[in-house]
Design a binder for this molecule. Structure first.
Ligand code: APR
Length: 184
């Protein structure tokens, strides 16, 4: 699915985020910044050791990356010039501020990209894999956060790269329901 939000192209696709040619791709990292499975593992494998080296330098400077925050490294061997590493919340029933932390992960990634002058970026479905966040709920939060951000800022493209047809459908349905969102 492709659409325009203001002057920004918003696209939802089913592909591998490590293959995207947007200027930046966003990694669903953990607070240690030392890699892991899922998207994190795929990005470090495809991008090569230079990404982990830069993450270790960030750790030496500021410790890890708190949940909801984001840091940026170069992309190593990836087509993308940059990787924005953000940490989504671990789902624990929705009573531990998970919605706000997920919103912050998207907002801080977008802000970091904007401040760096990055014009196009790709997001995975943050927190909906190992961290167990319900995909429908995450999709509404992700898309409403991006829609809000794009009311004030413009990119060339913001791309959602889903890893399964089911997740793509969930995000497309969430987007078509946008007029009924009442996410706080
Ligand atoms: N491209 C796009 N999406 C992918 C890819 C890929 N190559 N690989 C996995 N995904 C999807 C998953 O299917 C899921 O929908 O990314 C989404 C997020 O899943 P995870 O990678 O498990 O991320 P998350 O749920 O945020 O958990 C983060 O997992 O890998 C560890 O180090 C990471 O501890 C952190 C935790």
């Amino acid at each position: 699915m492709e659409t325009k939000v203001g002057k920004t192209k918003l696209s939802l696709i089913r592909e591998d985020i490590t293959q995207q040619d947007t200027e930046a791709i966003v990694n669903a990292a953990n607070t240690t910044l030392l890699g892991g499975g899922g998207v994190d593992g795929a990005i470090h494998r495809a991008g090569g050791p230079s990404i982990l080296e830069e993450c270790k330098k960030i750790r030496a400077r500021q410790g890890g990356c708190p949940t909801g925050k984001a840091v940026i490294t170069r992309g190593g061997k990836l087509k993308a010039k940059y990787v924005i590493h953000t940490v989504g919340p671990i789902w624990s029933g929705g009573k531990r501020n998970e919605d706000t932390l997920l919103r912050n992960a998207y907002k801080n990634s977008l802000t970091l990209a904007k401040n760096k002058g990055i014009q196009s970026l790709s997001f995975p479905s943050i927190s909906t894999g190992a961290y167990g966040f319900p995909t429908e709920r995450a999709a509404r939060i992700a898309l409403s956060t991006i829609q809000d951000f794009l009311k004030r800022h413009t990119f060339e493209e913001v791309r959602f790269v889903l890893f399964s047809e089911r997740d793509l459908k969930t995000y497309e349905e969430a987007w078509s329901d946008r007029y009924s969102w009442n996410v706080s």
